[in-house]
Design a protein. Structure first.
Length: 159
């Protein structure tokens, strides 16, 4: 139930970003992904790929070969991000991500409106990203997918 509440809240906050003026030089393209920390990664992977038919776009692995995160595509532009839980993490929906055309412009506009947002950096998948939290503490990833990012490559390979 908590996951559903976060998902719905995320959709509402995401819709607010989609309104005109959210990114002056590059509009919000989409609500790109929902991130979930899962207790049993193998079971979750089997469920989402075998039962629901989501396509594994890519998996980023840690130095020891274990998965750090996996992007599962529902369609070209929408993804579920599975993150294996560690002992100190609560499971469930942890964040949602939106794709923008121009991350620097979006960050500047949000800061001008008083939003606390981090400086853009590179994700493990080579996308530009930053994070912010809504007033209820829901984490929002704001991302720009350049041609070198795994996200853009997965989107471009969708058939």
């Amino acid at each position: 139930m908590k996951a559903a509440v976060f998902f719905i809240l995320g959709m509402i906050v995401g819709a607010a970003f989609l309104q005109k003026g959210a990114a002056p030089e590059g509009r919000v393209r989409s609500l790109n992904h929902v991130g979930m920390v899962v207790k049993n990664y193998d079971q979750a992977m089997a469920y989402y790929t075998q039962k629901l038919g989501f396509r594994e776009a890519y998996t980023i692995k840690k130095a020891d070969g274990s998965p750090q995160l996996t992007y599962l595509q529902l369609n070209r532009d929408t993804v579920v991000e599975l993150i294996p839980a560690n002992p100190n993490q609560q499971t469930g929906v942890t964040h949602f991500g939106i794709e923008v055309e121009n991350l620097a412009g979006t960050v500047a506009q949000l800061r001008a409106k008083g939003v606390t947002v981090g400086d853009p950096s590179r994700s493990p998948a080579n996308a530009l990203f930053t994070r912010t939290n809504d007033p209820e503490g829901v984490q929002i990833e704001i991302m720009e997918f350049g041609p070198e990012s795994l996200q853009r490559k997965a989107m471009d390979s969708w058939k």
